[in-house]
Design a protein around this ligand. Structure first.
Ligand SMILES: NC(=O)c1ccc[n+]([C@@H]2O[C@H](COP(=O)([O-])OP(=O)(O)OC[C@H]3O[C@@H](n4cnc5c(N)ncnc54)[C@H](OP(=O)(O)O)[C@@H]3O)[C@@H](O)[C@H]2O)c1
Length: 259
Protein backbone atom coordinates (compact mmCIF):
# COMPACT_ATOMS: atom_id res chain seq x y z
CA UNK A 1 0.00 0.00 0.00
CA UNK A 2 1.41 3.41 -1.02
CA UNK A 3 1.70 6.23 1.47
CA UNK A 4 -1.39 8.50 1.15
CA UNK A 5 0.91 11.24 -0.23
CA UNK A 6 1.51 9.02 -3.28
CA UNK A 7 -2.07 7.84 -3.73
CA UNK A 8 -5.19 9.21 -5.43
CA UNK A 9 -7.61 6.87 -3.66
CA UNK A 10 -10.96 8.57 -3.11
CA UNK A 11 -10.29 11.24 -5.75
CA UNK A 12 -12.33 11.74 -8.92
CA UNK A 13 -10.57 13.03 -12.06
CA UNK A 14 -12.00 14.47 -15.27
CA UNK A 15 -9.68 14.07 -18.28
CA UNK A 16 -10.47 15.69 -21.64
CA UNK A 17 -9.12 14.22 -24.88
CA UNK A 18 -9.11 10.92 -23.02
CA UNK A 19 -9.62 8.41 -25.84
CA UNK A 20 -6.12 8.40 -27.33
CA UNK A 21 -2.47 9.35 -26.96
CA UNK A 22 -1.46 11.40 -23.94
CA UNK A 23 -5.01 11.68 -22.54
CA UNK A 24 -5.51 7.91 -22.50
CA UNK A 25 -2.10 7.44 -20.83
CA UNK A 26 -3.09 10.02 -18.18
CA UNK A 27 -6.31 8.10 -17.44
CA UNK A 28 -4.31 4.88 -17.07
CA UNK A 29 -1.80 6.52 -14.71
CA UNK A 30 -4.50 8.12 -12.53
CA UNK A 31 -6.45 4.86 -12.34
CA UNK A 32 -3.27 3.05 -11.31
CA UNK A 33 -2.91 5.50 -8.43
CA UNK A 34 -6.46 4.74 -7.29
CA UNK A 35 -8.50 7.64 -8.73
CA UNK A 36 -11.92 7.28 -10.30
CA UNK A 37 -11.61 8.59 -13.88
CA UNK A 38 -14.17 10.41 -16.02
CA UNK A 39 -13.17 10.38 -19.71
CA UNK A 40 -14.27 12.87 -22.38
CA UNK A 41 -13.63 12.94 -26.15
CA UNK A 42 -15.77 13.45 -29.25
CA UNK A 43 -15.75 10.11 -31.09
CA UNK A 44 -18.10 7.94 -29.01
CA UNK A 45 -16.92 4.61 -30.42
CA UNK A 46 -13.22 5.27 -29.88
CA UNK A 47 -13.95 6.61 -26.41
CA UNK A 48 -15.93 3.53 -25.40
CA UNK A 49 -13.15 1.28 -26.73
CA UNK A 50 -10.61 3.17 -24.61
CA UNK A 51 -12.87 3.07 -21.53
CA UNK A 52 -13.46 -0.69 -21.90
CA UNK A 53 -9.71 -1.24 -22.34
CA UNK A 54 -8.99 0.55 -19.06
CA UNK A 55 -11.84 -1.25 -17.28
CA UNK A 56 -10.26 -4.58 -18.29
CA UNK A 57 -6.83 -3.44 -17.10
CA UNK A 58 -8.12 -2.20 -13.74
CA UNK A 59 -10.81 -4.58 -12.55
CA UNK A 60 -12.56 -2.94 -9.58
CA UNK A 61 -15.72 -1.01 -8.83
CA UNK A 62 -17.88 -0.85 -11.96
CA UNK A 63 -17.90 2.97 -11.97
CA UNK A 64 -14.09 3.28 -11.68
CA UNK A 65 -13.84 4.52 -15.24
CA UNK A 66 -16.74 6.28 -16.96
CA UNK A 67 -16.98 8.07 -20.31
CA UNK A 68 -19.04 10.84 -21.87
CA UNK A 69 -18.72 11.69 -25.58
CA UNK A 70 -18.56 15.51 -25.84
CA UNK A 71 -16.84 18.33 -27.70
CA UNK A 72 -15.00 20.70 -25.34
CA UNK A 73 -15.27 23.57 -27.84
CA UNK A 74 -19.06 23.64 -27.45
CA UNK A 75 -20.60 25.77 -24.67
CA UNK A 76 -23.58 23.51 -23.98
CA UNK A 77 -21.52 20.34 -24.09
CA UNK A 78 -19.01 21.82 -21.62
CA UNK A 79 -21.90 22.48 -19.22
CA UNK A 80 -23.11 18.88 -19.74
CA UNK A 81 -19.62 17.56 -18.93
CA UNK A 82 -19.52 19.42 -15.61
CA UNK A 83 -23.14 18.47 -14.76
CA UNK A 84 -22.20 14.85 -15.42
CA UNK A 85 -19.16 15.17 -13.11
CA UNK A 86 -21.39 16.74 -10.43
CA UNK A 87 -23.83 13.79 -10.79
CA UNK A 88 -20.95 11.39 -10.10
CA UNK A 89 -20.33 13.22 -6.81
CA UNK A 90 -18.06 16.10 -7.81
CA UNK A 91 -14.44 16.54 -8.82
CA UNK A 92 -11.01 16.66 -7.19
CA UNK A 93 -8.90 16.72 -10.35
CA UNK A 94 -9.31 18.30 -13.79
CA UNK A 95 -6.88 17.57 -16.63
CA UNK A 96 -7.33 19.81 -19.68
CA UNK A 97 -5.62 17.70 -22.30
CA UNK A 98 -7.83 17.98 -25.43
CA UNK A 99 -5.93 19.86 -28.09
CA UNK A 100 -5.57 20.21 -31.82
CA UNK A 101 -3.52 21.90 -34.50
CA UNK A 102 -3.29 22.83 -38.15
CA UNK A 103 0.27 23.66 -39.17
CA UNK A 104 0.88 26.22 -41.90
CA UNK A 105 2.60 29.56 -42.51
CA UNK A 106 0.95 32.42 -40.60
CA UNK A 107 -0.32 34.12 -43.77
CA UNK A 108 -2.09 30.98 -44.99
CA UNK A 109 -4.59 30.55 -42.12
CA UNK A 110 -8.23 31.35 -42.67
CA UNK A 111 -9.76 33.22 -39.73
CA UNK A 112 -11.96 30.25 -38.74
CA UNK A 113 -8.92 27.99 -38.79
CA UNK A 114 -6.72 29.96 -36.43
CA UNK A 115 -9.61 30.90 -34.17
CA UNK A 116 -10.58 27.21 -34.08
CA UNK A 117 -7.14 26.32 -32.69
CA UNK A 118 -7.72 28.79 -29.84
CA UNK A 119 -11.20 27.36 -29.19
CA UNK A 120 -9.81 23.84 -28.81
CA UNK A 121 -6.56 24.51 -26.96
CA UNK A 122 -7.30 27.55 -24.83
CA UNK A 123 -10.88 28.80 -24.51
CA UNK A 124 -12.26 25.30 -23.80
CA UNK A 125 -9.74 24.87 -20.96
CA UNK A 126 -10.50 28.31 -19.46
CA UNK A 127 -14.23 27.66 -19.52
CA UNK A 128 -13.88 24.15 -18.09
CA UNK A 129 -11.72 25.52 -15.26
CA UNK A 130 -14.36 28.16 -14.49
CA UNK A 131 -17.25 25.67 -14.67
CA UNK A 132 -15.37 23.13 -12.53
CA UNK A 133 -14.36 25.69 -9.88
CA UNK A 134 -17.46 25.19 -7.67
CA UNK A 135 -16.85 21.42 -7.63
CA UNK A 136 -13.09 21.65 -7.11
CA UNK A 137 -13.32 24.26 -4.37
CA UNK A 138 -15.57 22.00 -2.27
CA UNK A 139 -12.51 19.98 -1.24
CA UNK A 140 -9.60 21.07 0.92
CA UNK A 141 -7.13 20.15 -1.83
CA UNK A 142 -7.89 19.96 -5.55
CA UNK A 143 -5.74 20.17 -8.63
CA UNK A 144 -5.93 21.24 -12.26
CA UNK A 145 -3.29 20.22 -14.80
CA UNK A 146 -3.23 21.81 -18.26
CA UNK A 147 -1.39 20.13 -21.11
CA UNK A 148 0.64 22.87 -22.72
CA UNK A 149 3.57 22.40 -25.07
CA UNK A 150 7.17 23.43 -25.64
CA UNK A 151 5.65 25.31 -28.59
CA UNK A 152 4.25 27.75 -26.00
CA UNK A 153 7.81 28.49 -24.87
CA UNK A 154 9.82 28.58 -28.10
CA UNK A 155 9.39 28.27 -31.87
CA UNK A 156 8.98 24.64 -33.01
CA UNK A 157 7.52 24.84 -36.53
CA UNK A 158 4.03 24.12 -35.15
CA UNK A 159 2.46 27.18 -36.75
CA UNK A 160 1.94 30.43 -34.86
CA UNK A 161 -1.64 29.94 -33.55
CA UNK A 162 -0.76 26.64 -31.82
CA UNK A 163 2.27 28.21 -30.08
CA UNK A 164 0.20 31.29 -29.19
CA UNK A 165 -2.61 29.19 -27.73
CA UNK A 166 -0.22 27.07 -25.66
CA UNK A 167 1.70 30.13 -24.39
CA UNK A 168 -1.63 31.59 -23.25
CA UNK A 169 -2.54 28.27 -21.61
CA UNK A 170 0.72 28.43 -19.63
CA UNK A 171 -0.09 31.99 -18.54
CA UNK A 172 -3.66 31.00 -17.67
CA UNK A 173 -2.12 28.31 -15.43
CA UNK A 174 -0.09 30.94 -13.54
CA UNK A 175 -3.00 33.36 -13.16
CA UNK A 176 -5.47 30.75 -11.91
CA UNK A 177 -2.83 29.25 -9.59
CA UNK A 178 -2.53 32.57 -7.79
CA UNK A 179 -6.25 33.44 -7.85
CA UNK A 180 -7.46 30.04 -6.71
CA UNK A 181 -4.76 29.14 -4.16
CA UNK A 182 -7.08 30.44 -1.43
CA UNK A 183 -9.78 28.06 -2.70
CA UNK A 184 -7.49 25.05 -2.21
CA UNK A 185 -7.00 24.52 -5.95
CA UNK A 186 -3.48 24.03 -7.29
CA UNK A 187 -3.08 24.76 -11.02
CA UNK A 188 -0.08 23.48 -12.98
CA UNK A 189 0.92 22.68 -16.55
CA UNK A 190 3.00 20.14 -18.40
CA UNK A 191 4.81 21.06 -21.62
CA UNK A 192 5.68 18.09 -23.84
CA UNK A 193 8.07 18.03 -26.81
CA UNK A 194 7.58 15.30 -29.43
CA UNK A 195 5.55 12.44 -27.95
CA UNK A 196 4.66 9.28 -29.88
CA UNK A 197 0.89 9.62 -30.57
CA UNK A 198 -1.40 9.45 -33.61
CA UNK A 199 -1.05 13.24 -33.93
CA UNK A 200 2.73 13.02 -34.48
CA UNK A 201 3.00 9.68 -36.29
CA UNK A 202 2.75 11.24 -39.78
CA UNK A 203 5.58 13.73 -39.33
CA UNK A 204 7.84 11.31 -37.46
CA UNK A 205 7.45 8.72 -40.23
CA UNK A 206 9.71 10.96 -42.37
CA UNK A 207 13.24 9.71 -41.50
CA UNK A 208 14.93 13.07 -42.30
CA UNK A 209 12.50 14.97 -40.10
CA UNK A 210 12.86 12.39 -37.31
CA UNK A 211 16.68 12.74 -37.49
CA UNK A 212 16.36 16.52 -37.13
CA UNK A 213 14.09 16.13 -34.10
CA UNK A 214 16.41 13.62 -32.44
CA UNK A 215 19.46 15.81 -33.06
CA UNK A 216 17.76 18.57 -31.06
CA UNK A 217 16.74 16.24 -28.22
CA UNK A 218 19.53 15.54 -25.70
CA UNK A 219 17.95 12.24 -24.57
CA UNK A 220 18.03 11.22 -28.25
CA UNK A 221 14.55 9.73 -28.56
CA UNK A 222 10.87 10.58 -28.92
CA UNK A 223 8.86 10.67 -25.68
CA UNK A 224 6.14 8.18 -24.79
CA UNK A 225 2.61 9.20 -23.65
CA UNK A 226 3.16 7.54 -20.26
CA UNK A 227 6.15 9.80 -19.62
CA UNK A 228 3.84 12.83 -19.87
CA UNK A 229 1.20 11.02 -17.83
CA UNK A 230 3.70 10.45 -15.00
CA UNK A 231 4.38 14.19 -14.69
CA UNK A 232 0.63 14.93 -14.73
CA UNK A 233 -0.01 12.32 -12.04
CA UNK A 234 2.76 13.73 -9.85
CA UNK A 235 1.22 17.21 -10.06
CA UNK A 236 -2.17 15.72 -9.06
CA UNK A 237 -0.80 13.85 -6.02
CA UNK A 238 -0.88 15.13 -2.43
CA UNK A 239 2.94 14.70 -2.68
CA UNK A 240 2.93 17.84 -4.89
CA UNK A 241 0.90 19.83 -2.33
CA UNK A 242 3.29 22.84 -2.31
CA UNK A 243 3.59 23.11 -6.12
CA UNK A 244 1.30 25.50 -7.97
CA UNK A 245 1.60 27.77 -11.01
CA UNK A 246 4.44 25.58 -12.30
CA UNK A 247 5.05 24.22 -15.78
CA UNK A 248 7.05 20.99 -16.09
CA UNK A 249 8.64 20.33 -19.48
CA UNK A 250 8.59 16.68 -20.52
CA UNK A 251 10.97 17.15 -23.41
CA UNK A 252 14.07 14.97 -23.21
CA UNK A 253 16.08 18.14 -22.51
CA UNK A 254 14.95 19.91 -25.72
CA UNK A 255 14.38 23.32 -24.08
CA UNK A 256 17.81 23.26 -22.40
CA UNK A 257 19.73 22.54 -25.61
CA UNK A 258 21.00 25.73 -27.22
CA UNK A 259 23.54 24.23 -29.60
N1 LIG B 1 1.91 14.46 -29.10
C1 LIG B 1 2.78 15.44 -28.93
O1 LIG B 1 3.93 15.39 -29.39
C2 LIG B 1 2.38 16.66 -28.12
C3 LIG B 1 3.38 17.61 -27.87
C4 LIG B 1 3.04 18.74 -27.12
C5 LIG B 1 1.74 18.91 -26.66
N2 LIG B 1 0.80 17.98 -26.95
C6 LIG B 1 -0.56 18.21 -26.43
O2 LIG B 1 -1.01 17.07 -25.75
C7 LIG B 1 -2.44 16.96 -25.88
C8 LIG B 1 -2.80 15.59 -26.39
O3 LIG B 1 -2.17 15.38 -27.64
P1 LIG B 1 -2.05 13.93 -28.31
O4 LIG B 1 -0.83 13.94 -29.13
O5 LIG B 1 -2.28 12.87 -27.29
O6 LIG B 1 -3.30 14.00 -29.31
P2 LIG B 1 -4.17 12.85 -29.99
O7 LIG B 1 -3.46 11.52 -29.95
O8 LIG B 1 -4.59 13.41 -31.29
O9 LIG B 1 -5.44 12.74 -29.03
C9 LIG B 1 -6.24 13.86 -28.84
C10 LIG B 1 -7.40 13.51 -27.93
O10 LIG B 1 -8.20 14.68 -27.76
C11 LIG B 1 -9.54 14.41 -28.19
N3 LIG B 1 -10.08 15.68 -28.68
C12 LIG B 1 -9.62 16.46 -29.69
N4 LIG B 1 -10.40 17.54 -29.85
C13 LIG B 1 -11.38 17.45 -28.92
C14 LIG B 1 -12.51 18.24 -28.60
N5 LIG B 1 -12.80 19.36 -29.28
N6 LIG B 1 -13.31 17.85 -27.58
C15 LIG B 1 -13.04 16.71 -26.88
N7 LIG B 1 -11.99 15.92 -27.14
C16 LIG B 1 -11.18 16.27 -28.16
C17 LIG B 1 -9.37 13.31 -29.22
O11 LIG B 1 -10.54 12.53 -29.43
P3 LIG B 1 -11.67 12.97 -30.51
O12 LIG B 1 -10.93 13.38 -31.76
O13 LIG B 1 -12.52 11.76 -30.68
O14 LIG B 1 -12.39 14.09 -29.87
C18 LIG B 1 -8.31 12.45 -28.52
O15 LIG B 1 -8.90 11.71 -27.47
C19 LIG B 1 -2.85 18.14 -26.77
O16 LIG B 1 -3.27 19.22 -25.99
C20 LIG B 1 -1.58 18.48 -27.52
O17 LIG B 1 -1.56 19.82 -27.94
C21 LIG B 1 1.08 16.87 -27.67
Amino acid sequence: MHSPRWSLHGQRALVTGASAGIGLAICRELLGLGAQVLMVARDAELLEQARAELEDEFPGPEDAVLALPADVTDDEQRAEIIDWAADQGGLHLLVNNAGGNLTRPALDYGEDQWRGIFETNLFSAFELCRLAHPLLSKHAASSIVNIGSVSGLTHVRSGAPYGMSKAALHQMTKNLAVEWAEDGIRVNAVAPWYIRTRRTSGKLADPDYLDEVLLRTPLGRIGEPEEVAAAVAFLCLPAASYITGECIAVDGGFLRYGF
